[in-house]
Write a protein of this length. Sequence first.
Length: 316
Amino acid sequence: MNYLFSALIILLSLFLGGLFLFTAFVAMRVRMGLPPEGRFVTIMGNRMHYLEQGTSRDGAPTIVMIHGLGGVAQNFSYSVLGELARDHRVIAIDRPGSGYSLRHPVSSASLSVQADVVAGMIDALGLGKPLIVGHSLGGAVALATALRYPDKVAGLALVAPLTHMPSETSKAFAALQVSWPWLRRLVAWTLATPGSILQREKVMDIVFGPESVPKDFPVRGGGLLGLRPSQFIAASEDMNALPDVLPLMQQQYTSLTLPISVLYGREDRILDYREQGEAMAEAAPNVELELISGGHMLPVTQPEVTAQFIRRHKAL
């Protein structure tokens, strides 16, 4: 019996060791193939990576762009950032732990702390009073920033934003529901990367559907960066931290007086436009909601529409 148990332990160790080596190899290849494209600044102990293009004209506000859960700044630089940079200074941020931004080991993933980091970047980079664009979870971070620092924000342009606690978690993000930090790291360095590769088509159909995933998204849109264990850890931390702050934020939306525009796709398979977009329009006094045909990844699948939506914002 002891021999059998020992044999099982050895086999399990070899299996996990093989997964670890595979994950480390994939992460190395991704880092080599997609190195950082932007600059770095340290905010509250977080080493923040950001992309910057363009110069504002005629005193127009800078545009700050914040990506969603599991996303990266390249989701915006795929097309939208360059379009807006023709006549605006545009900053696309890798949120703490995502992309090439490093979250401080003792820093919280809460929306409040992420808002503090955004506010810190506004000051450190001399961005004045920017228009903040938030996609998906980035929309919640943008809202948290406006609630905590109303004097630092000219307005919000939110694309498929998370504004309320969802009634259910999308199947695309089910694997992120790991609450124990030690288990989260174990999964990140063993099962997450090969699982993502095996389930890629199924997950991407949910994330992008009913629209197609552009063939160049893995590289140009930064999709391959999601295969790194650090990306899984950060996304899991982000999702598990939502209940700590988001329900409280929902009670404060009535206090928002700055202009807020919301763009949502009716066929979004990640977030329900009724539960998120329409609910936001009902909760805050200055929200303009625009519904179109499309899915969740509008900055990638419909960049022209997204850029035009942002350009129409009152703050610009």
